[in-house]
Design a protein around this ligand. Sequence first.
Ligand code: PLP
Length: 266
Amino acid sequence: MITLPGSRPPCALTIAGSDSGGGAGIQADLKTFAAHGVHGLSAITALTAQHTRGVTAVHVPPVPFLRAQIDACFDDFEIGAVKLGMLASAEVIHAVADALEAYRPPHVVLDPVMVATSGARLLEADALDALRGRLLPLATVLTPNIPEAELLLDARIADSAAADAAVPALRALGAEAVLLKGGHLDEGDEVIDRYADAATRSRYRHRRMDVDGHGTGCTLASAIAANLCLGIGLPEACRAATDYVHDAIRRGYAPGRGSVRVLDHF
Ligand code: PLP
């Protein structure tokens, strides 16, 4: 960690779920923060029993305990950015929104986690309205993948033109900026992530890698939060995070019995 003697490192807080398999969720977030030289804090919304092939059980601790974790972090640390991941239920979303409204951190990166790649539901179906109504207006940047964007917009995104049109439509839901991840879309041998804020529209392009990746969305959002903590501007924080994830997938490895790869964060 690069800090001057006596100075404090920047702190990023992840409010997300735990992945016992170590590939996604809080575990991916803390590795990403560490790789960026940022001190990582965590408030755990849900515990998943999980390996690289799927989720076998989910436990959501009582919401007052989640609030106690968030309060403990804001009571003692200068928090430069908050990353939101798996939020499990509408009740959790309301508690997180209440806390963010009370503490007003400088940046909030919202990864609208809904369903894992393995098919497991990570957000109850009735929580979508709470996510739209309470959290999107608090978000500095929203980072949906294509299926999540389709649920948020209640519209199909089948091709490049639909993805282009989805970006302003997503921004209109309230976040300051949107980074729409293109991995689920067939755009040839490239993956195109589309970024927009009030002033800028960009596309970040990377060569498509033919791998089953796990934890990529969590890693991208926490890399953006780490970059924002380090004082990097929003478009560059997002662009650099897409490069970081691409490299981490390329170096990734399969720690379980199947072919699913987790990222190499370092
Ligand atoms: N488990 C947890 C706790 C998560 O937060 C997430 C995604 O955000 C996942 C699993 C899903 O990861 P993936 O879809 O990359 O397999």
